[in-house]
Design a protein around this ligand. Structure first.
Ligand code: ADP
Ligand code: MG
Length: 250
């Protein structure tokens, strides 16, 4: 099963090719024969009811789940190098009373220096440059546990963009973010993918964003129910069935 070409596909090579992907956990079949192609510079949204297997799919792509089938990466123009993948996990919960700052979080992830020693001058400059990519330099000294949903997503995004990946994978980046924050985040993802020519694969329950930002939408419920451009998927009988019957929010 292949994606129909979309307007964003012209001449764009495939950076991620998933064919007949199946994932079993114990005796449960979580995903069956899923096919998906992500092209260079595309934003592909994976949607589906809770428990449909969206996060499991992302974990298989990230190499964190055993699977059957094919997951192949390619990097146009650089045959020998595997693309770099950036990952923004579903929002982790941080304790508001925890003293860890955004700078400390970067220090833990990017430097071998113990966080309690603080950031060196050049490291602080690097963190500011990372936060600049998500218009978030003012967040550097804030406690992670006190960030709003949108601010936390921007910080996690900044972390995932260093070093700059070829494919960015985000698991429900819009959950816990208010409507204004959602638009800001989607605008930012759009800007980043155009500036750095990266491909984005994300899961979401916020379908109102899809027509404006997604090139392809894939609706799954353990298997692909329908895929195509956002308008086609949102208007499909499969979409209505998947969400109206299960109490989703189409
Ligand atoms: P989604 O992200 O679409 O809500 P998930 O991929 O998280 O769905 O989960 C799909 C199904 O797989 C669920 O029924 C979930 O309980 C099951 N599942 C996910 N991870 C595990 C695991 N580590 N062990 C057992 N079952 C799991
Ligand atoms: Mg999930």
């Amino acid at each position: 099963m292949k994606f129909p070409p979309s307007s964003a596909d012209h001449g764009h090579a495939c950076v991620l090719r998933v064919e007949n992907l199946s994932v079993n956990i114990g005796s449960d079949c979580i995903l069956k024969n899923v096919n998906l192609h992500v092209h260079c510079g595309q934003l592909v949204a994976l949607i589906g009811p809770n428990g449909a297997g969206k996060s499991t799919f992302l974990k298989a792509v990230l190499g964190q789940r055993e699977y059957e089938g094919v997951i192949a990466f390619s990097q146009p123009g650089q045959r020998s190098r595997k693309p770099r993948i950036g990952y923004v996990p579903q929002s982790p919960a941080f304790d508001p009373s925890d003293p860890v700052s955004v700078a400390d979080l970067f220090a833990c992830c990017m430097s071998r220096r113990p966080a309690f020693l603080g950031l060196g001058k050049s490291m602080r400059q690097t963190v500011l440059e990372c936060l600049e990519r998500v218009h978030g330099v003012e967040l550097i000294d804030k406690r992670v546990g006190t960030l709003s949903g949108g601010e936390l997503q921007r910080v996690l995004l900044a972390l995932a963009l260093e070093p700059m990946p070829n494919i960015l994978i985000l698991d429900e980046p819009l959950s816990g973010v208010d409507i204004e924050g959602m638009e800001n985040l989607m605008d930012m993802l759009d800007e980043i993918r155009k500036t750095y020519d990266l491909s984005i694969l994300m899961t979401t329950h916020d379908f109102s964003m899809l027509p404006r930002y997604a090139d392809q939408v894939v609706l799954i419920d353990h298997a692909v129910l329908v895929h195509g451009d956002p308008e086609t998927v949102l208007a499909s009988a499969e979409f209505a069935r998947a969400f109206q019957m299960k109490g989703g929010k189409p």
